[in-house]
Design a protein around this ligand. Structure first.
Ligand code: NAD
Length: 258
């Protein structure tokens, strides 16, 4: 076995942009081989060039809601890198706002559930054999919106609620071989982590930062740090859990005076 083959393999869905790009980069820097899987080919190709010097990285295009494509992804990952030790289910339709309930059409509702929830199920199903064999782990991206809401976010919130339930269900079914946990981010700014053609310089007010007890908004690196810990032996006693990663935002009580 070559040296690169002996390094553990991580599969990061939606790994080409945003939080997923940050996770892929951090895993590579910690010696993982990484399969970046994403529906956006332009972003994926860009990542391969960007990450080339960091370690062994591959890209495969996939729509995680398509069973045939997920099956192929797992096969290609094995052929190119080896059996999967870490599956990060990060791909998702990340815009929570789908408009007023009365105008929310079934196609939109279904697409959020297909990508954000069914996609997680499919990736877990087809990576399970690898993960059992490697005694690996799964990390699912939930959201604080699974347990609290703004108006007009029904499809997104419901999909993320499903991800949290799926997480503890999988932890019981796949244990003791595979640990399964969820990270629920709050407000993570991803503008600078998009592909070149859609990257933007974010602007946020003092108020945006100050509503976080830590004094700032989140970054993809914050999520990546928790992924590294959950994937490591340091978290060997941790499974079936949901970790809220929001700078304390959801713990802050807000009173508005008239
Ligand atoms: P993003 O839009 O910046 O990145 C998402 C990536 O997933 C993109 O590269 C996109 O091409 C890919 N993708 C979308 N649909 C796909 C599909 N069907 N198959 C494969 N890839 C697909 O989003 P982000 O903000 O980085 O969010 C990443 C994850 O974190 C999502 O699951 C999101 O719901 C969750 N999350 C984000 C925040 C936040 O504030 N950014 C907060 C809570 C949860």
């Amino acid at each position: 076995m070559s040296e690169s083959k002996s390094r553990p393999v991580a599969l990061v869905t939606g790994g080409a942009q945003g939080i997923g790009r940050g996770i892929s980069s951090a895993l590579l820097q910690q010696g993982w081989q990484v399969m970046v899987a994403d529906i956006d080919g332009e972003a994926g190709t860009e990542c391969i060039h960007l990450f080339d010097s960091l370690g062994k990285v591959a890209f495969h295009p996939v729509d995680v809601s398509r069973e045939d494509q997920v099956k192929e992804l797992i096969k290609v990952t094995n052929e190119k890198l080896g059996p999967i030790s870490l599956l990060v289910n990060n791909a998702g339709l990340a815009n929570p706002y789908t408009g007023a309930l009365e105008d929310l059409d079934l196609t939109t509702w279904q697409r959020y559930l297909d990508v954000n929830l069914t996609g997680v199920f499919l990736c877990c199903k087809y990576a399970a054999a690898d993960l059992r064999a490697t005694q690996g782990s799964i990390i699912n991206l939930g959201s604080t919106r699974a347990t609290q809401s703004e108006p007009d976010t029904e499809a997104y919130s419901a999909s993320k609620g499903g991800v949290l339930s799926l997480t503890h269900s999988l932890a019981i079914s796949l244990g003791p071989d595979v640990r399964v946990n969820a990270i629920s981010p709050g407000w993570i700014e991803v503008g600078e982590w998009q592909k070149n053609s859609s990257r933007y310089q974010p602007f946020h007010s003092d108020e945006d930062h100050e509503q976080h007890p830590v004094g700032r908004m989140g970054k993809p690196d914050d999520v990546a740090g928790m992924v590294l810990w959950l994937a490591s032996d340091l978290a060997g006693f941790v499974t079936g859990q949901n970790f809220i990663l929001d700078g304390g935002m959801s713990r802050k009580m807000v009173y508005k005076e008239d």
